[in-house]
Design a protein around this ligand. Sequence first.
Ligand code: CU
Length: 410
Amino acid sequence: MDTESTRTGPDGTARTGSVVGPRLLAAAVLLVTLVGVGVLRTVGAPGPAAAAAPAPEPADAGPAIAAADRPDGCVTPDRRIQLYAVELPKDPITKQVRLGYGLTPQTAAYPGPTIEMIEGECLAITLHNQVPAATLEALRTDPNHPVAVSLHTHGVKYTQQSDGTLHSNSYVAPGQSRTYVWFAKPRNPATGSQGTAGYWWYHDHLVGGPHGTKGIASGLFGALIVRRQGDPRPDRTYVTAFGDRQTINLRRSSEADTCDEQNPVPGPTCLVARLGERVEFVAIGLGDDMHTFHLHGHSWADSRTGVVDGTNRALVDSVPVIDNKTLGPGDTFGVTVLAGDSVGPGHWMLHCHMQFHSDLGMSTMFHVLNPDGTMPPHPAAAPTGAKAASTGTGANAAPAPAAGHANHHS
Ligand SMILES: [Cu+2]
């Protein structure tokens, strides 16, 4: 378990490492988690230099928020963050437009930054639309639809002013800004409130049409994690958004895993951890298809956090342990595993188990490093039937007419 109070990711953005006490809770929630941040230092290869983290704004910064714009229970925002919507380089394969949210314009990405809240917290997010108007116009399906982006979230509480929808006029034109207020309503058994702790996502609801279909498909989405005080904290968090065209985070397998074997830098296309680290995955269902989240060599409790701690034997025994979970459009859940637990370091497949999806590229790798941070080698290749046939020394050396790929090199 990480004992640092904060860490600095490759882009210089600090994240919380652990909740170390109630007095530090306020400080802890001032930070935002980025996808898989944290530098995995390999032997002899230091991680990327940490840039200075942007200073969080004091809670009283920024304009006051009108009472009508705040959900019940949110008196004053406990924290304010800036979020930028920008246009990114086109997808190198499909040439599709790519948009992203970022805590700075320079760090915008898809998925956007993982935003972490603690139950009871009220968060003000000011969205700055820096996407060129011409790009948004080209994505419209209706010439009367506004040229705008928005921020809509799941799970937490917000008023109509923060819905991020067309009919509520809660969207942002190019060059403009708007502040959205989210409240992570806490659980309160006395009143029957279930609270809002869980794994959620946020996304655009305006680009292209009134459901933000083009915005989501272009990359305007990210994870929101609401924790309950006392929840086990992960060492690393990764977002895996399963989308259309059999993509994970809008990329197919060859682009979905760009881990450098010598110096893996954690990120949306490099799912990596050291042996024994507690790793949290947020699964998001994008688009129109059903998927499943399947991870080789690892399993988790099918509970709110993916972990069942404590000694409540009846509870522990009643929660199923699974390694594959169905993900429909708009669904989100969290999975927490101990990297390489009982199985060791290695390259573990993470893929959709709808077979035609995985065959078409909906697959990536979870790399579990050796304890010293080095990447384990891939096991030696076993001789294949094709190679054995191609040696030409055996009784079966002459390929049969229907021998498939054994013939292709001739
Ligand atoms: Cu799938």
